[in-house]
Design a protein around this ligand. Structure first.
Ligand SMILES: *Cc1c(COP(=O)(O)O)cnc(C)c1O
Length: 385
């Protein structure tokens, strides 16, 4: 039934995980899922209230403007200015998205020709690769390795590949590694994209999820970045809004226009009431994020200390919702995750699910309610301690 393109993608990583979990649960096992990064805390009340208010207004019930409401585009531009000191034109350089995943999935369709190359981080969020395949492009992996802080080495990308490359995806703070990038790296990435005439797509879904005083930058802070880069933002992780499906693209006007034109042919925009709520999130008090971050930080510290107490070696991430841990003794990531699931009923994600270079790692997420996380850690301590 499936097209060749779809078959080339293979099963979505989390679909497999969900199935395995369901099988165990059917057998009566009380499974605790530390696999998926989906915030468990509720959306702040003023945002929910704005949705209610928006939904009560019959004017929101009709098709929204394709590229976003004027209020939403302005709120996004103002937020980018306030947060990063970057000035963007809300009409030409901002585009509403049905979540950043939607934008990532559609971008290659909008800008890539068949057999052109998209450089994708490995390990990486699976959508960069799958959307490239759907557009009949060729994803080429850029290995992210621990000894380089999980930053790609641009010098190691073969010349032949660069000649056919049109797109490069980056994502810092990074899912799944938890790595971060500074402006100096972003400046090198912008220069690299300029030299090789690439559109640089930066997925900044985690810019608000950082700890210990760290404030992740935008790639648009680099001088001239807007000539080559488009950045994707999401309200999902910052405001606990994964179910709402809203985000935005910002940056290079031609890329924004291409993506907008493609989307005009595919979807009909974000429900106006959701955009109204997103305006409340972007223009309202940003301090609402602090208690969420305090919760994740405390979980991170409990998780890391429990894993270290059984002799494992997780690093302490300063951003994202994830602990990216080398498997003990260099075990295969699938074998180790399967063993943990069997011995403890705890789901963790095999790193290889994010690409071949994720082999030898597992990802544990911080989005499980405190009591369940503590139960999972107790089980790990008694099984492995
Ligand atoms: C969660 C996530 C997204 C998707 O965010 P949505 O706005 O909910 O679509 C995109 N990129 C990365 C790296 C993510 O982890």
């Amino acid at each position: 039934m499936q097209s060749q393109r779809l078959r080339r993608i293979g099963a979505y990583l989390f679909a497999d995980l969900d199935r395995k979990q369901a099988e165990l649960e059917a057998k009566g096992v009380d499974v605790i899922n530390l696999g998926v990064g989906d915030p468990d805390l509720p959306t702040p009340p003023h945002i929910v209230h704005a949705l209610e208010e928006g939904a009560q207004d019959p004017r929101t019930h009709r098709y929204p403007p394709y590229r976003g409401t004027a209020q939403f585009l302005q709120a996004a531009a103002d937020w980018v200015m306030k947060r990063f000191g970057v000035r963007v034109d809300p009409e030409r350089e901002v585009l509403a998205l049905i979540g950043s995943k939607e934008g990532l999935a559609h971008l290659p369709w909008a800008v890539l020709n068949p057999s052109e190359v998209a450089l994708v981080p490995d390990p990486g969020y699976p959508v960069y690769r799958s959307s490239t395949i759907m557009a009949e492009g060729e994803p080429v992996a850029m290995p992210l390795q621990a000894d380089r802080g999980f930053l790609p080495d641009f010098d190691r990308i073969p010349h032949e590949v660069l000649g056919r490359a049109r797109l490069i995806f980056l994502n810092y703070p990074n899912n799944p590694t938890g790595a971060t990038a500074d402006l100096e790296f972003f400046a090198r990435a912008v220069e690299f994209a300029r030299r090789h005439k690439l559109l640089l797509v930066h997925d900044n879904s985690y810019c608000e999820i950082a700890y210990d005083g760290y404030r992740p930058p935008s790639i648009l802070e680099v001088d001239g970045a807007q000539e080559v880069a488009i950045e994707l933002h999401s309200l999902s992780k910052a405001f606990n809004m994964t179910g709402w499906r809203v985000g935005f693209a910002v940056g290079n006007a031609e890329a924004v226009d291409a993506l907008g034109t493609l989307k005009t042919n595919v979807d009909s925009g974000v429900f106006r009431a959701v955009q109204h709520a997103a305006v409340a999130a972007l223009t309202g008090p940003q301090e609402v994020i602090a208690p969420t971050l305090a919760t994740y930080r405390a979980r991170r510290d409990r998780l890391v200390s429990a894993l270290r107490s059984v002799g494992w070696s997780p690093p302490v991430p300063r951003a994202t919702l994830y602990v990216w841990m080398p498997t003990p003794g260099g075990a295969s990531s699938v074998a180790f995750a399967a063993e943990v699931l069997e011995r403890t009923g705890v789901v963790i994600t095999p790193g290889v699910g994010y690409g071949a270079c994720g082999e030898g790692y597992v990802r544990l997420s911080l989005t499980t309610p405190d009591a369940r996380l503590d139960e999972a850690l107790d089980r790990i301590r008694s099984a492995y301690g």
